[in-house]
Design a protein around this ligand. Structure first.
Ligand SMILES: [Zn+2]
Length: 138
């Protein structure tokens, strides 16, 4: 399929474990894996709960709301495909559900960002197959 997006897209090592995440992103929803035994969320997706090792997990739609835990501004991207986007913000988001997620902050000049500011998920459809989850200040 032809696409205008010329940058790398995610290539999960275990696609079957992350497919629900990417399928939800395409629907513009954020989902997280949650343990059916201890009810804790975790991220990144794993084969078993990192807290109690239970292999039975469920995917739960979450609010997409969180706080900017920390960030940095990238001026020299590791991959040349992203040169046209510098400077961009690489961030860790603390979601309301307690997990941290690495993503980008968009929609606000980097000079206005502050640690702990509220953010929410936004969805960027980069190809017909891939939608990226990013965050914007609210
Ligand atoms: Zn558990």
């Amino acid at each position: 399929m032809t696409t205008q997006y010329k940058k790398p897209v995610p290539r999960p090592l275990n696609p079957e474990h992350t497919k629900p995440f990417w399928d939800a992103a395409k629907r513009h929803e954020l989902v997280l894996p949650r343990c059916t035994k201890c009810s804790r969320y975790h991220f990144y997706p794993r084969e078993e709960c990192p807290y109690c090792m239970t292999p039975t997990l469920e995917w739960v739609k979450v609010s997409g709301k969180g706080r900017l835990y920390t960030y940095n501004v990238v001026y020299q991207p590791q991959n040349r495909a992203f040169v046209s986007e510098v400077p961009y913000v690489y961030a860790v988001i603390q979601l309301e559900e307690g997990v941290k997620m690495v993503s980008n902050i968009v929609g606000r000049p980097k000079e206005e960002l502050k640690v702990d500011m509220p953010v929410e998920a936004v969805f960027e459809d980069v190809t017909p197959e891939w939608t990226l989850v990013k965050f914007k200040p609210v």
